[in-house]
Design a protein around this ligand. Structure first.
Ligand code: FAD
Length: 303
């Protein structure tokens, strides 16, 4: 009750106060903040993937603005010499308003990334978006075979079948490229595993399927048992270092992150930034007072 009360009044607290809780997980408001944090990681041999925090969009003008912001970000990061790529959420470009407009915006962003040999990761959102986001990935991959990748969520019952279907378009010229995560949205038990052990066991099954088929995987987790399981699979399939990477969120489990890096594995950190951090954080705090994890959720869960 007390937590709830605190959370409901927090949006009325000064922004600076909320920032105290958020700053460990969000690099800042501006591109300069994202560049500063990215350079810090790069100087320690860690790659980044940069995400612009956008508000839940109401119209296609906002989708257009989000597109322009990403194009600008790609230019800026390239000129700053950042060792990193970019992550985006299709709903920020109008996926739920007009799929074709969304496709064209993301196509422009991927084309921009491809023109400088960079890469765009399509984050996976909640289940009403799954089919549309897989479809978006297939279309973009056909045109930009090495400049776009998708996220898979191990908690969804459908994921193994999705991988098997996508393996049909895995060729040496146009290889699949996935980030595998547990999944962050609150999905119903009819379509998603809910228990920790079930999710972990499917995560490792999916990872084994992908590594066994020589698919590049971003192993996105802070969960030590999964990381240990990944090490075993990497050894079992003798996976070369350039065929996988570990991925973590900015500010989460830094010791575990450093231990992975010290063993010579590639590590990529998800670096979110944007003016909309306050709206995100306060809305999430109001919904659920468990601050740290909600602020992380705020990065992924919209609306
Ligand atoms: C790089 C990256 C990209 C992602 N992209 C997506 C995406 O596109 N779509 C999607 O649905 N989900 C995405 N996620 C979120 C993911 O699905 C999980 O919800 C999240 O990573 C937590 O799961 P976990 O594997 O770390 O395991 P958990 O079992 O949740 O956590 C393991 C341990 O890690 C630590 N930890 C985990 N999260 C936090 C936190 N927030 N604060 C402090 N400690 C924490 C705790 O010590 C915890 O015990 C992404 C995650 C990462 C790392």
């Amino acid at each position: 009750m007390i937590n709830k009360l605190i959370a409901s009044v927090l949006p009325y607290f000064p922004k600076k106060f909320i920032w105290l809780f958020s700053k460990s997980y969000i690099s800042g408001e501006t591109i300069d903040d994202a560049m500063r944090v990215s350079h810090e990681f790069n100087s320690r041999g860690i790659k980044v993937t940069i995400d612009v925090l956008g508000e839940f969009i109401r119209d296609l003008n906002e989708a257009q603005r989000n597109k322009e912001e990403y194009i600008n970000l790609i230019d800026f990061a390239h000129k700053s010499g950042i060792d990193g790529n970019f992550s985006l959420k299709p709903t920020s470009f109008g996926l739920l308003i007009d799929r074709e407009v969304c496709y064209n915006h993301i196509r422009e962003i991927v084309a921009k990334a491809a023109s400088i040999n960079n890469f765009i990761r399509i984050d996976m959102e909640d289940s009403p978006c799954t089919d549309m986001e897989i479809d978006l990935y297939r279309r973009l991959k056909a045109e930009f075979p090495r400049s776009v990748g998708l996220v898979l969520q191990a908690y969804l019952h459908r994921t193994k079948a999705d991988i098997e279907k996508l393996l049909e378009v895995h060729t040496p010229e146009a290889p699949l490229n996935f980030r595998l995560c547990k999944g962050i949205y609150n999905e119903p038990a009819s379509i998603a595993w809910k228990k920790y052990d079930e999710i972990n066991s499917h995560y490792l099954d999916d990872l084994e399927l992908l590594l066994g088929k020589k698919v590049y995987v971003g192993i996105a987790t802070h969960d030590k048992p999964l990381i240990d399981g990944a090490y075993k699979l990497i050894e079992k399939y003798n996976v070369p270092r350039n065929m996988y990477e570990f991925q973590m969120l900015y500010g989460v489990t830094p010791k575990l992150r450093d231990s992975i890096v010290s063993q010579g594995h590639t590590m990529r950190i998800y670096v979110p930034f944007g003016k909309e951090w306050f709206g995100y954080c306060t809305r999430r705090l109001k919904e659920n007072p468990r601050m740290a994890s909600d602020i992380i959720k705020a990065i992924f869960v919209k609306g």
